[in-house]
Design a protein around this ligand. Sequence first.
Ligand code: FAD
Length: 406
Amino acid sequence: MIKNYDIAIIGGGASGLAAAISASETNPKLNIVILERLSRVGKKLLATGNGRCNFTNNNISEANYHGSCACLFNSLKNFDCELFFSELGVMSYADNEFRVYPVNNNASSVLDALRLRIADTDIEIRNDFAVTDIKSEKNGYIISSESDSINAKSVIVAGGGMSQANLGSDGSVIRILKKLGIKIAPLSPALTSFKVNPGQVRSLKGIRVNAIVTLYENGKKIGSETGEVQFGDGTISGICVFNLSCLAYGKENLSISLNMLPEVNFRDVKEYICKLREIRKNAALEDFLTGIVNKRIGMDIIKKNTGYPLTDNASVLTDKDIEKIASGITDYSFKISGLSGFEKSQVTAGGVHFSETDTFFRSKRFRNMYFCGEILDIIGDCGGYNLHFAFGSGLISGKTCAEDLL
Ligand SMILES: Cc1cc2nc3c(=O)[nH]c(=O)nc-3n(C[C@H](O)[C@H](O)[C@H](O)COP(=O)(O)OP(=O)(O)OC[C@H]3O[C@@H](n4cnc5c(N)ncnc54)[C@H](O)[C@@H]3O)c2cc1C
């Protein structure tokens, strides 16, 4: 026999767990179920912040969000995520970039706090329930998996995007919403690394440098971030690169440039390298720039900008060469061939379009349907902004849903 619930929450991730807690707090008598496709809830949470879970940020505004739903951040204005977790028993601290973590640097304590709170309620969790269909009926919804179905008066859709499907969200819920006629902004990987010609960075693999990173489209600057950049296997990554990736979607002819000496003006860089030609006149070119930049980067800059064999003596450098080397350090450029895919991205851009929801996260098209978290067309910058939105939107949608049933 099909079981009946007041509220079914599709997805037991950050937003779904928060939605369940607030719906139950708003009306403890409601019969609530969380439907989760994996064999446990909150798997992605455990992987966040490199296992430390950067769950919010103390310097947050609408400017940290992108997508048609970015303005929904304003619905969360009174939400204090640190306080929410403090009341669930999680002590936290902020680092010098305002990123907030649990004080024990352990993502599992964030998930445990949510699970312990849920254990105090009558909320039911049904794991291994991969929703394949949502049918709108006169008095609510029939929600089905391959082998089971339930009835619910209301449904909160918290199925996430499609980044790193092994952690849960595989885009299946978005496909179901599309079938229902809900407008979905095109999906793309975001907060992800840039792909470059592997030959261009082969010798740089594993290196990390601090730089101002500027993103160009057709040679025109479209964004800039400061921070640590990492060179990988045909990729360039790092938090600052992840943030720039949000601006790169759908664009072509992109390149990035690293200024590895941002605090020194170009003339002084040139003068210093001129002096270095004297200081290191007996050194081989392969060692010429050590002390200014990473040795392997130094070799790459000399190779790309002069063409001399690296075994040549530094005294071969002309003033023109010096100028080019200075440019190589302050404008170390790479052509971008694309963005790394969903399997590497932290979040998914696109999703339920703003035209489909009100500011309380209610569907405009379907009665007693609500959306929260990453399934909406909103992404935050790197730094705790995505989980902040997931928890905040989950809490509001849960409360709205429970109040609408009163
Ligand atoms: C490696 C990694 C590190 C990250 N680190 C951070 C960080 O430190 N700080 C930060 O702010 N953000 C971080 N993020 C982003 C953040 O984790 C997400 O934005 C956030 O988890 C979104 O929450 P959500 O509830 O909307 O979706 P999810 O957390 O993805 O949860 C969705 C849930 O729905 C379930 N589901 C999907 N389809 C179905 C279906 N058909 N039926 C039933 N259940 C289904 C999934 O299994 C999943 O449990 C990180 C992401 C990744 C991948």
